[in-house]
Design a protein. Structure first.
Length: 272
């Protein structure tokens, strides 16, 4: 944009809308749009084929020299570059140190049809996950483990919460996610023929003794309440992660999910 068109007011309608998207899940849900920020998040969204609407930028806040090329890529992905003053961009950011880029993107659908149907696949079911950082960390682990999909059940998780996006390190843009009821998820797994393994502290079977080398869906729940009786009662197997600490009796749900995911990876590699 020419210098005369640089946005310098935080009450600009586009800026105000982006700030609403950043702060309000209701706004994200109703509009089908979300805000992401930072070089890594935006570049990974471009690589994942995400559709952009607008990309606000403030050159004086850039941390490197590749932002110009990134802005051109965003424009090719449908995003309109809009230069703003540094103070306006800082008002649009949720970070302590903004990187000079804030983008409005289109939210992708999250249905079972969006998941790959792999009878030998590795899936994670996350029930009633409330902390965005945990959800983002699970997405990062799932992507790192080469898993096939994530199903969210129970409390509807806000997958485009800024903390989810940040903690996932961009996996949120490319990893297959579905949000469905417990009953729909179980029926899908039954038809697919994968083993449903519920992680619960009271289970007698050590997760290391479970056969995770074939098609499997690992089910984890929020730390405060654990898994629902639905999953405990319908799982093909129930496992626990033994704890030897004097104080700690369970792991953070994202950590527990990562431990089990990579045990499944280990077993698969060993099986060949």
């Amino acid at each position: 944009m020419p210098a005369s068109q640089i946005i310098t007011s935080a009450v600009n309608p586009g800026v105000k809308f982006a700030r609403k998207l950043l702060r309000s899940r209701k706004e994200r849900d109703s509009s089908g749009l979300a805000v992401i920020e930072g070089y890594r998040a935006v570049s990974r969204a471009v690589s994942a084929g995400v559709r952009f609407q607008t990309c606000y930028y403030a050159p004086s806040l850039f941390l490197g020299g590749n932002e110009g090329a990134l802005l051109r890529s965003v424009e090719s992905s449908g995003g309109r570059p809009v230069e703003v003053s540094p103070d306006v961009l800082e008002r649009m950011s949720y970070r302590d140190r903004p990187e000079g880029i804030v983008a409005v993107i289109e939210i992708r659908s999250r249905a079972l049809a969006d998941l790959p149907e792999n009878p030998k696949g590795l899936y994670l079911v996350a029930e009633d996950i409330e902390k965005p950082g945990n959800l983002g960390a699970m997405l990062r682990s799932l992507d790192g483990a080469g898993a096939d999909g994530l199903i969210l059940c129970g409390l509807r998780s806000d997958i485009y919460n800024p903390n989810v996006v940040a903690a996932s390190t961009g996996a949120v843009f490319s990893f297959p996610v579905a949000e469905v009821s417990r009953e729909e998820a179980l029926d899908w797994f039954r038809k697919l023929g994968v083993l449903v393994v519920a992680a619960t502290p009271e289970a007698e079977m050590d997760f290391l003794d479970a056969d995770l080398a074939g098609g499997v869906a690992l089910v984890v729940g929020a730390e405060q309440y654990g898994l629902s009786d639905f999953w405990k009662g319908n799982a093909d197997a129930r496992v626990s992660i033994p704890m030897a600490g004097r104080v700690v009796d369970s792991l953070n749900v994202a950590t527990a999910a990562a431990v089990m995911l990579f045990e499944a990876v280990r077993q698969r590699r060993r099986k060949g």
